[in-house]
Design a protein around this ligand. Structure first.
Ligand code: NAD
Length: 496
């Protein structure tokens, strides 16, 4: 079995514990990808000491030159897109068409970041005093702790690390334990593109141990975390106590609303892709469908037929629509929610069980599942399941039902009525609202994130994220040759 290593202080090294964990293919658990380091706080300490050295040099490298490195990363990702997609599907299951999209998001993010190296704008504003200039500009922060989930093994690390690096920070990267291979290949590419070795540290391990050590470390002033709302709360408590700069991107319970006047064929394609793409394991997955009464029965009939026809299988095989869940834990969580849905008295229209049959018995496959007549407030309607489970309700007050959950990532409305479309953008309590498109489909050059318990007010992607990874500094230059007292000398009035 192949043994992988951490990348610390410019070298590929074994963990100080000498211990490893196995990484297996969720579509066929007899296929072992390799064993990866079980790192501890001691490894994180070494990584931080090195990253601080890397930071000193990198933060002085001009931002356009930092951008050039990221442009080369984009080129390498483009050249190796198919190979990376294949290895990503092998370790986390989603079909290759989707993992190619994941790599493409990384490529788009790289080129956007490269161009930001020639912007990173500050402001030059008039001073209130004569012969004085006033300006703001951006400074890097230091060592950034980057903690990422399994479902976008490449795209999410790039959303975080490219802007962090472009702004001049060094990174300690902890990929999710389900996707350490993609994390390793990503770091190899950063190095091949010319990133100075001490600027990036890769430390594999489990969240409660090594992830926690990153969050706890006093010399990591910035943490960027994407994962569940439960883990985010733990991370947030520590970061708050230690006054760290923190970006949290967490869970979702996203709804697609279909109005009576919608194009139903379009809405059908949208919900199938939104609910069952990535086996429902997207933060933006459609896990609730809110149908207006006039089209409810008809649309549900169309939907169940199509859901039953989706083809489950190994995501690396041609023709597969839906891959496995990422792990046994994920599968068991979905099974628990099937029991909850049934005990709440909802109509199970299809699915609801593990998928079996040729090519499925060795993996974590689960049938696309639809529950109907789910009432607002039930657990199935409120809690993030992170699997191929869709709750359907009919509602006159679709907007209120959409808003009545603790999460607020994305929402979607299908309608041909322009008033309803714009009202939805104003009134749905989410970071993103799609009109006539599913709840998934963010583009790399726009801000991404959610409100309420999905986030803590920051955004990834687009232009806003550069503010998170840099500090605003202000400079005043007085060339009057005399002491000028702000708010005083300029209000003395006209001398007699
Ligand atoms: P998770 O919370 O289990 O793990 C996320 C990361 O945190 C992993 O790297 C894990 O090892 C680490 N971790 C776990 N415990 C930790 C601790 N105590 N201290 C520090 N790090 C710790 O999430 P997951 O199962 O990998 O991903 C699924 C979740 O991520 C879902 O809730 C999903 O909605 C969310 N997600 C959100 C977004 C978004 O942008 N809002 C995007 C993707 C996924």
């Amino acid at each position: 079995m192949k043994t992988f290593r951490n990348f610390i202080a410019g070298e590929w090294v074994a963990p100080s514990s000498g211990e490893y964990f196995e990484n297996r293919n969720p579509a066929d658990t007899t296929d072992v990808i390799g064993r990866f380091p079980l790192s501890t706080a001691a490894d994180v300490d070494r990584a931080v000491a090195s990253a601080k050295r890397g930071f000193r040099e990198w933060s002085r490298t001009p931002a356009p030159a930092r951008g050039d490195v990221l442009r080369r990363v984009g080129d390498l990702l483009s050249q190796r897109k198919d190979e990376i997609a294949d290895l990503m599907t092998r370790e986390m299951g989603k079909p290759v068409a989707e993992t190619k999209g994941d790599v493409q998001e990384g490529i788009d993010t790289a080129y956007y970041a490269a161009s930001e190296g020639r912007r990173l704008f500050g402001h030059t504003v008039p001073s209130e005093l004569r012969d004085k200039w006033a300006m703001s500009f951006r400074r890097p922060i230091g060592v950034a702790g980057i903690i990422t989930p399994f479902n976008f093994p490449l795209a999410i690390p790039t959303w975080k690390m490219f802007p962090a690096l472009l702004c001049g920070n060094a990174c300690i990267f902890k990929p999710a334990e389900d996707v350490p291979h993609t994390g390793t290949v990503f770091v190899e590419i950063l190095l091949e593109a010319g990133l100075p070795p001490e600027v990036i540290q890769l430390v594999h391990g489990v969240g409660e141990q090594e992830g926690k050590a990153i969050v706890d470390h006093p010399e990591i002033p910035l943490i960027s975390f994407t994962g569940s709302t439960e883990t985010g709360r733990i991370v947030g408590e520590t970061a708050g106590r230690m006054h760290k700069r923190l970006s949290l991107e967490m869970g979702g319970k996203n709804a697609q609303i279909v109005m009576d006047d919608a194009n139903l064929e379009l809405a059908l394609e949208g919900v199938l892709w939104g609910a069952f793409g990535t086996t429902g394991q997207r933060c933006t997955a459609t896990s609730r469908l809110i149908l207006q009464k006039g089209i409810h029965d008809r649309f549900l009939g169309m939907l169940v037929d199509k859901a039953k026809s989706l083809k489950l299988g190994d995501g690396r095989k041609e023709g597969t629509d839906i891959g496995p869940l990422v792990s046994r834990n994920a599968l068991e969580k979905v099974e628990r929610y099937i029991d909850i849905g049934q005990s709440e008295g909802n109509d199970l229209l299809c699915g609801g069980r593990r998928a079996t049959g040729k090519g499925l018995d060795k993996g974590f496959f689960f049938e696309p599942t639809i529950f109907a007549r789910v009432e607002a407030g039930q657990r199935l309607e409120q809690e993030e399941i992170f699997g191929p489970v869709l709750s359907v309700s009919d509602a006159d007050e679709a907007f209120r039902v959409n808003n009545d959950v603790k999460y607020g990532l994305s929402s979607s409305i299908y309608t041909t009525n322009v008033q309803d479309a714009f009202r939805a953008m104003n009134e749905l309590e989410n970071g993103i609202t799609y009109v006539n498109a599913p709840t998934i489909g963010a583009e790399a050059h726009l801000p991404f994130g959610g409100v309420k318990q999905t986030g803590n007010g920051h955004r990834e992607g687009g232009w806003e994220v550069y503010e998170f990874y840099s500090e605003t500094k202000v400079g005043y230059v007085d060339f009057s040759g005399r002491l000028q007292r702000a708010q005083i000398d300029n209000y003395l009035g006209t001398p007699d």
